[in-house]
Design a protein around this ligand. Structure first.
Ligand SMILES: Nc1ncnc2c1ncn2[C@@H]1O[C@H](COP(=O)(O)OP(=O)(O)OP(=O)(O)O)[C@@H](O)[C@H]1O
Ligand SMILES: [Mg+2]
Length: 609
């Protein structure tokens, strides 16, 4: 079952069982964001009560208007009658006007408060999620997470602007108009009340079944969306394998079952709606029939009868809207709970206002064991021990999956070692502030990610607030200045999703410029696996050499030719550090793993050439 399906099943479970105390407690925390605006909110609430109160005048006045028209026609009364018809009509118009004014104020004020509360909620969620540890992101699909958050927030927006207000308004309507009809005729009211239990029972049964079908439809739609999403984001794979037809068929089969389920739901829905209509109409007929009998017995006046019918229609409409509003509120509580769960995830101990530190750059791994939090059963690193002296160039080699990138992640403190420790300048990593420690490091990753914006902004990412001169200087050192200047817009050229696409080598040089600006003590280079042509390879290599000067550098090397001059080479094999030494020493041992790696690659290179 996919995550969406799981979430839906989860939601439906909640709705079926009602809302637990725990959920309500969690949902209440949303009020924190409304608190700063509570005075404005209170004013909105007054307008809500006013507009609700005034809506209850409506059926009453209309009833009176109709009743005034049907007053017996006697000459002495006719002037009075016309007067009263006109004055009721004028009062109605005034009521309409106030209703419009109050509703405007209510919606505006609630929106004013809600938009502000949700802005701070959005900001807090974003900054909280940014601070969550890597393990959080390992276990989630980020796109899905994001769309769920937007959906939850939209639901909250609807809830605080309309749903709550509507719920209160309709409840007031039912109570006030309900009291009025009881006062007019308790006998007729009893007839209506008697019709309620069977209607509620049928609605509940049908509703449950339709809800189940709706959940199934939603799950199928989520499945179909995953296919679409995968196909679009992997479009180059789809095209290169000429699998358009395969994808179309895959999608077709899912949407066919969406259609089938949708039609099944439609059958039940139509049945439900026609049943409710039939039942309601019969009840109205019954009330009017019984009312006529009462009228003929002199139990109720003709004018009261018309008032009663109008009021009863309003009670019915308001009452009918309550279940839907209620289920929206339950959904909103679920959404809030989900958001609060995210806020409860423990974040990293980051401190943006940290005291600046300056490391010498000594790094030591001491008896370090590690497994990823998501996969406790697979130990990735076993008893790793090594030291990197300040300014040394350390190469990390080993076959795919050996644990090279994992070592880089541990140096960057993305994860905690499961046992053993990492020392920076001979002090345990825990004795440093995490933000301060990371500010002393930079990484040039395998896959360089460019942010939407100009090249200048992308380089400045390494040091927000860098001057134009510093940026150009860094670009020159990174061998990027020349190609940047060849673009018509130079440093202002837009890159990222909406901008121009840069080649792999160009992107790497931007990342190198970023790292140069950042001026880290400890540098991590995850060499790109995709090979560059020899000219850009040379440019990148030259830029890297300049970048590494005077810094402790860890180079995860795929091409062994680039690490001949490394001070130490760490050879990883299945998570164990099996060999440490310089190229010449390691290569001289004919039975070393390093020797094997080298000869294997050398053979490949010669056959390629
Ligand atoms: N986020 C993660 N969660 C769980 N396991 C992971 C995670 N990242 C990597 N692994 C596992 O840890 C092991 C080491 O992976 P790592 O990425 O360090 O290998 P590598 O040496 O960098 O390989 P490559 O040369 O292919 O990049 C692999 O078995 C991998 O499946
Ligand atoms: Mg790797």
């Amino acid at each position: 079952m996919n995550t969406f399906a799981a979430m839906n099943a989860d939601d439906s479970k909640k709705t079926r069982k009602g809302v637990s105390k725990e959920s309500r407690r969690k949902a209440k925390r949303i009020l924190k964001y409304f608190k700063p605006h509570r005075k404005v909110f209170a004013i909105g609430f007054v307008f809500l009560i006013l507009s609700s109160a005034i809506s209850t005048l409506f059926p009453e006045l209309m009833g009176r208007l109709v009743a005034a028209g049907s007053l017996p026609k006697s000459s002495s009364d006719s002037i009075w009658k016309l007067n009263s018809i006109n004055s009721i009509a004028i009062v109605l118009v005034i009521v309409f006007a106030f209703q419009a004014l109050f509703s405007f104020m209510r919606v505006y004020i609630f929106s004013y408060v809600t938009e502000r509360a949700l802005k701070s909620l959005r900001a807090e969620i974003f900054s909280h999620i940014l601070r969550l540890p890597m393990s959080f992101f390992d276990q989630r699909q980020v796109g899905e997470l994001n769309s769920r958050i937007s959906a939850d927030i939209t639901l909250l927006q609807d809830t605080f602007i309309t749903t709550i207000a509507e719920f209160i308004r309709q409840t007031i309507m039912v109570l006030v108009c309900g009291t009025l009809i009881t006062l007019i005729s308790w006998k007729l009211t009893l007839v209506i009340l008697a019709s309620l239990p069977p209607m509620i029972l049928v609605a509940a049964l049908f509703g449950k079944f339709i809800k189940k079908l709706s959940n199934q439809v939603q799950n199928e739609i989520a499945d179909s969306n995953i296919i679409v999403q995968e196909a679009y984001s992997g479009i180059s794979n789809v095209k290169s394998f000429a699998n358009e037809n395969y994808e179309r068929k895959r999608y077709d089969s899912v949407i066919s079952s969406v259609l089938k389920l949708g039609m099944k739901r439609a059958k039940w829905r139509s049945g439900f709606i026609s049943f409710i209509l039939l039942f309601m109409m019969s009840t109205i007929a019954l009330v009017i029939w019984y009312g006529a009998i009462l009228q003929s017995q002199g139990d109720i006046e003709a004018e009261d009868m018309s008032r009663f019918i109008l009021l009863a229609v309003f009670v019915g409409a308001s009452f009918g809207s309550l279940p839907d509003l209620y289920s929206k509120l339950v959904k909103a509580i679920g959404a809030t709970e989900h958001l609060m769960d995210l806020m409860d995830e423990t974040s990293e101990a980051l401190n943006p206002d940290h005291e600046p530190i300056k490391l010498k750059g000594r790094v030591e791994f001491k008896d370090l064991d590690f497994h990823y939090p998501a996969r406790p059963d697979v130990q990735v690193l076993h008893k790793i021990n090594f030291q990197a002296e300040p300014g040394e160039q350390i190469a990390v080699v080993g076959s795919s999956g050996a644990g090279k990138s994992t070592i880089a992640s541990l140096i960057l403190r993305f994860y905690d070692p499961t046992s053993g420790s990492i020392l920076f300048d001979e002090k345990d990593h825990l004795s440093y502030d995490l933000s301060a420690l990371r500010s002393e490091m930079a990484i040039v990753p395998q896959e360089v990610m460019l942010f939407g914006g100009s090249i200048r902004e992308n380089i400045a990412y390494g040091k927000p607030g860098a001057t134009e001169q510093e940026i150009i200087e860094a670009a020159k050192k990174a061998n990027a200045h020349d190609f940047i200047n060849e673009f018509p817009d130079g440093y202002e050229t837009a890159v990222g999703d909406r901008g121009i696409q840069l080649s792999g080598g160009q992107r790497q040089r931007i990342a190198i410029a970023r790292a140069i600006l950042n001026d880290p003590t400890i540098l991590i280079l995850d060499e790109a696996t995709s090979s560059l042509d020899s000219e850009s390879e040379m440019l990148v290599q030259d830029a890297l050499t300049k970048l590494m000067e005077g810094r402790t550098s860890f180079v995860i090397a795929h091409r062994l030719s680039t690490i001949r001059n490394a001070d130490k080479i760490l050879v990883l094999h299945k998570g164990k550090l099996v060999e440490i030494g310089k190229h010449d020493e390691l290569f001289a041992q004919k039975d070393s793993i390093y020797h094997k790696l080298c000869t294997f690659q050398f053979m490949n290179e010669t056959t390629e050439a």
